[in-house]
Write a protein that binds this ligand. Structure first.
Ligand SMILES: *Cc1c(COP(=O)(O)O)cnc(C)c1O
Length: 422
């Protein structure tokens, strides 16, 4: 891969570099950890960069999408519409219609209301949607149809399903053809992941048998872990394939003939390690004894979710380009960005050597939920430059832009009746 310093010199900072060969390698590695012949969907929300998505398509992935923007990304990246699965808890009638018209057939449904909306949109588009019912929680370790896991807006609760199995009866425009699970994310402990996924296999077989559900396809979701803005390697899953195949052989013995077909999903495992954010040190200062290193990038470009304290306490690790291991100096710093908010912290306590303005730093493993999960509109700063790099060294740099556009009123207010509009 072309050197980060050369790329920063050529394009400037802040700069996201996506190593496409690494994304390919991740897809190969994850596929080799999964049951033979299983389909793997790339969850576009992790990184909707068109060339990252295209690389994963060429590596044999389908795409899991959840908005018309992601549909556009997936189609532009060359995914055939039949390799897309449309998911999410609030699909509107117009987006379902647009997706169906674009050729999407496979939808995941979250509720009876959502199911009827899918059916209506599909019918209007003149197609028959194949719908997977997303199941909330799993019956981990349980023999019966007991639901565990917390309350959430995702999926249909198992108890509601057993109480009213007819809620998803085929209607014009949609038929229920399988089940979808996605109850965990970022599970680095292999035993816990195996437990979760094999429970989902067992639960699916049980739901099919007891409730007479169709099970032509089974999407087991994922939960595959990856590092986020720190240097650690992703966990290995050496037993996963064998254990999953055993559970499938036991509970759904025809799965090897595609009955049901088996699918998985991943965003972070496929893209986390391909991305590096390169930034410039703008300022170094002391505040009440603490050293602050101020970068030209912050939560507008990286980890906006953690920046608002919603998900993870920020703790990015920096590599200073052209310097030895930052930990060797023993120096620590608070690493912040350029935004006018105290929330713009990338790490409260990072190993950072004695940097000076102009030094370049790299934050590794930010190819997933880096830019895509950030507060890109806050403070109206430019987006970072993004540059995919492939093994031949070819680069095509670009940058997203937020633009305001006029929106026509839905209804013209009539004279003296302005209140109607609201
Ligand atoms: C976000 C999401 C994923 C991807 O999650 P990762 O942790 O990035 O693998 C997969 N499936 C669904 C339904 C999701 O919402």
């Amino acid at each position: 891969m072309t050197g980060l310093r050369e790329l920063a010199a050529a394009f400037g900072t802040p700069l996201y570099v996506y190593d496409l060969a690494e994304a390919r390698r991740c897809a190969e590695e994850l596929r080799s950890d999964l049951p033979a012949g299983a389909k793997l969907f790339y969850s576009v929300k992790a990184n909707p960069h068109p060339e990252v998505a295209e690389t994963l398509r060429l590596s044999g992935c389908g795409a899991e999408i959840s908005s018309l923007g992601e549909l556009e990304v997936a189609l532009a990246a060359g995914f055939p519409a039949e390799d897309l699965m449309y998911t999410g808890p609030a699909k509107t009638a117009s987006e379902i219609l647009a997706a169906a018209r674009a050729g999407v057939r496979s939808f995941s449904t979250e509720s009876p209301i959502d199911f009827r909306r899918i059916a209506a949109g599909a019918e209007q588009a003149g197609i028959e949607a194949e719908v997977l019912l997303r199941v909330a929680g799993t019956a981990r370790g349980a023999s019966g149809l007991r639901m565990t896991g917390g309350a959430s807006q995702f999926g249909h609760p198992i108890d509601a399903l057993t109480a009213d199995p007819g809620a998803f009866q085929d209607i014009k425009g949609a038929s229920l053809t399988g089940l979808h699970h996605f109850s965990v994310s970022n599970v680095s402990d292999e035993s816990a992941l195996i437990d979760e996924l094999t429970s989902a296999v067992r639960l699916s077989a049980e739901l099919r048998d007891r409730l007479g559900l169709q099970l032509r396809s089974l999407d087991l979701g994922g939960g595959f872990a990856a590092p986020y803005a720190i240097g650690t390697a992703p966990p290995a899953y050496p037993r996963l394939k064998t254990e999953l195949e055993q559970a499938l052989d036991e509970c759904l013995p025809a799965w090897r003939r595609g009955d049901p077909s088996i699918a998985f999903e991943s965003g972070r495992r496929l893209t986390a390690t391909c991305g590096t954010l390169v930034a410039e040190v703008m300022d170094v200062k002391l505040s009440q004894g603490a050293r602050y290193v101020v970068l030209d990038t912050g939560i507008n470009h990286l980890g906006g979710l953690s920046g608002t304290g919603r998900m993870m306490r920020p703790k990015v690790e920096l590599t200073v380009l052209g310097r030895p291991d930052p930990a060797a100096s023993g120096l620590r710093a608070v690493v912040t960005g350029p935004l006018c908010t105290p929330a713009d912290v990338l790490s409260f306590d990072a190993a950072v050597p004695d940097v000076v303005p102009g030094d370049l730093v790299a934050i590794r493993n930010v190819g997933a939920y880096g830019l895509s999960a950030s507060l890109t509109g806050f403070l109206s700063r430019p987006m970072p430059i993004e540059v995919p790099v492939d093994s031949s060294g070819a680069v095509r740099a670009g940058r997203l832009r937020l633009r305001r556009e006029p929106v026509a009123m839905r209804y013209e207010p009539r004279e003296g009746q302005h209140d109607d509009v609201y």
